[in-house]
Design a protein around this ligand. Structure first.
Ligand SMILES: [Zn+2]
Ligand SMILES: [Zn+2]
Length: 149
């Protein structure tokens, strides 16, 4: 389930973290506008609408605070190795489009960390990433992206 912007604001306030205009902007783009962004993508989206208001350092700091409060999950797309942020904090898997780089939640039935994978072994996490081509890219016949370094 996705954390809402209202829940995030409540938890931050309850933890004694001050709401600033910058923080509000970050929360808005993170929880209400973007899906699974990297810090760079978040920065670029905010910059496009509000140039020079929020720095990349401020974004990284806020991601750490939100992650430590359990309001955000950090994960990596194996193909790029870039950290992305997820407002869906429940165990779930991802679909990664190799053409546009979009990450979406996979909601079907696949093993989740609650299952016993082997007798006596307690699984803490299962990482499964399905790579492929999203519908929009298939229709537009977009080429596959190079691996970002
Ligand atoms: Zn795509
Ligand atoms: Zn997700």
């Amino acid at each position: 389930m996705n954390v809402t912007i209202e829940e995030a604001v409540e938890r931050l306030k309850a933890s004694g973290i001050r709401m600033t205009a910058q923080r509000e902007l970050i929360l808005d783009y993170l929880y209400a506008r973007l899906s699974h962004p990297s810090a760079e993508e978040l920065y670029e989206a905010i910059y496009a609408d509000y140039p020079r208001v929020v720095s990349i350092t401020t974004i990284y700091k806020n991601m750490r605070v939100l992650r430590d409060l359990g309001l955000l999950k950090e994960f990596y797309v194996r193909q790029t190795g870039i950290a992305r942020y997820d407002t869906n904090v429940l165990p779930h898997h991802h679909l990664y489009c190799v053409r546009c780089g979009r990450v979406t939640d996979y909601t079907g039935a696949l093993p989740l960390p609650s299952i016993e994978v082997s007798p006596g072994f307690q699984a803490h996490s299962i990482f499964l990433e399905v790579t492929g081509t999203c519908k929009a890219c298939a229709v537009l016949q977009r080429p596959e992206r190079g691996i970002a370094i």
